[in-house]
Design a protein around this ligand. Structure first.
Ligand code: SF4
Ligand code: SF4
Length: 243
């Protein structure tokens, strides 16, 4: 999921300017799971805006703000309230905010949260679950045991530890409030393979796999949809696990 975190009150106030009437759309999936969106996010944002002397004209939870069609539908359903508002506050990751911009609601779009990276949806206290992916474009976690070094190591290195690695034992030499994550990466991953991966990423000949551009045939799509329909019951049984 895309993890999001609240912006500061000062930033929000600055972006809203003198907007007196405000509508809120809050994402029901990733932002909800990040404790920013969903109904709880609406309650918190309503209180924050009202405390700043603004009137909340309408506040709705939206299934997924990042889906342009869903955003468009939410704007259509709440068109009257949104027309009466001076600003539209979106509680979601940047994808949801972009989706609102694409739909051109006719009033300023104001993000209430920042995207901070992607993480699995998990309750485990583990660096794999904690380390945020910030989309560096050349992923290394195949050889780091699933831990993102960019998120966990203050040196910003991802193919190897910093030059002073190990000088302070298990503790980080840059930030003495944390343990060195590369100790853990060394245990779970493969540092030699990681360096080789760095070499591959840096090669001039590096090219991403490219599909040949052909589109699936109608026959294939019919078979695929038949397959999905036939397994609808099976998918339905998964729903309790993703709620
Ligand atoms: S190395 Fe880290 S930031 Fe880069 S793609 Fe992988 S998880 Fe994301
Ligand atoms: S000691 Fe470890 S965590 Fe700290 S900067 Fe060096 S490699 Fe990164």
């Amino acid at each position: 999921m895309n993890k999001s975190a609240w912006k500061s009150a000062q930033e929000l106030d600055y972006m809203l300017g003198d907007a007196g009437k405000v509508s809120i759309l809050s994402c029901g999936i990733c932002a909800n799971l990040s404790d920013t969106g969903g109904p709880r996010g609406i309650r918190f944002m309503r209180k924050t805006l009202e405390a700043a002397g603004r009137e909340v004209v309408c506040a709705r939870s939206v299934t997924a703000c990042c889906a342009e069609e869903i955003m468009r539908q939410a704007l259509r359903i709440n068109a009257k309230s949104i027309r009466d508002s001076d600003a539209l506050v979106i509680i979601s990751c940047a994808a949801g905010v972009k989706s609102a911009f694409l739909c051109e609601p006719g009033i300023p779009v104001i993000p209430a949260a920042d995207s901070v990276g992607s993480v699995p949806v998990s309750r485990l206290e583990d660096p794999v679950a904690r380390s945020l992916c910030t989309n560096c474009g050349h992923c290394v976690i195949a050889f780091t045991g699933g831990i993102c070094p960019l998120s966990e190591c203050p040196s910003g290195k991802k193919y190897e530890p910093c030059a002073r690695y190990g000088e302070r034992g298990d503790m980080c030499v840059v930030d003495d409030s944390r343990r060195c994550i590369w100790r853990e990466i060394e245990r779970r991953g493969d540092l030699e393979a990681l360096r080789e991966l760095g070499r591959i990423h840096g090669e001039d000949s590096f090219r991403r796999l490219a599909p040949d551009g052909s589109v699936p045939s109608p026959r294939f799509l019919r078979r695929l949809s038949g397959w999905l329909v036939a397994r609808a019951g099976w998918f339905a049984r998964l729903v309790p696990f993703i709620n």
